[in-house]
Design a protein around this ligand. Structure first.
Ligand code: MG
Length: 156
C-alpha cells in the first residue's frame, strides 16, 4: 500500500527550523503549534495514509496544549509503533522538500539518517530531495516551506 503526505508551514524571522528532526541553520523558521517540522509532518501523513489510519491532526490535534512546541520525532515514533502493532512493515520513504533558502545540500545526508533512524528503516530505503520554487509563489517569496512524502508499506 502507498501513502502520500503533504505539509506546509509559514516561515518567520527568529524561529527555529527543523527538517526531518535536524535543526537547520536559517534566518527564518516555522510558525507552528509544534516544532513545525514539515518533513516529519508529511512523513506522518504518508504513514497514516498508507495504513488507512487517518491524518496527523486526528492523532495529534494542534489545539491540544500537550502538543505545544512538541518534538515531531515523537509523532513519528508513535505512528511507527502504531503501524507495527497493526502488522504493517514500512518498505521505503521518499521525501521532497521545497524551500527557497537555505540550500539543503549539506543537510540532506543528516536528514536522511535521522528519518532512517526514526522509521527504523535501512538508509537506502529513505530518499531526501530538496528543491527551490524558482522564486514563484509563497515558497518562492520565502514566506513558507513545503514537504511531500510518499511511502510504501506491506502487510506482514
Ligand atoms: Mg505541520
Amino acid at each position: 500500500m502507498i501513502g502520500l503526505g503533504y505539509d506546509c508551514h509559514k516561515l518567520e524571522i527568529g524561529r527555529k527550523l527543523f527538517l526531518g528532526g535536524v535543526e537547520i541553520k536559517s534566518d527564518t523558521g516555522a510558525v507552528a503549534h509544534s516544532d513545525g517540522d514539515v518533513v516529519l509532518h508529511s512523513l506522518c501523513d504518508a504513514l497514516l495514509g498508507a495504513t488507512g489510519l487517518g491524518d496527523i491532526g486526528e492523532h495529534f490535534p494542534d489545539n491540544n496544549p500537550e502538543y505545544k512546541d512538541a518534538d515531531s520525532r515523537e509523532f513519528v515514533k508513535q505512528i511507527i509503533s502504531m503501524i507495527n502493532k497493526k502488522f504493517f512493515r514500512l518498505m521505503n520513504v521518499d521525501i521532497t522538500i521545497i524551500l527557497e533558502k537555505p540550500r539543503l545540500t549539506d543537510y540532506k545526508g543528516l536528514i536522511r539518517k535521522s528519518v532512517s533512524d526514526l522509521c527504523e528503516l535501512e538508509i537506502d530505503r529513505v530518499n531526501i530531495k530538496a528543491k527551490s520554487s524558482e522564486k514563484m509563489g509563497f515558497v518562492g517569496r520565502g514566506e513558507g516551506i513545503e514537504s511531500f512524502c510518499i511511502c510504501e508499506v506491506e502487510r506482514i
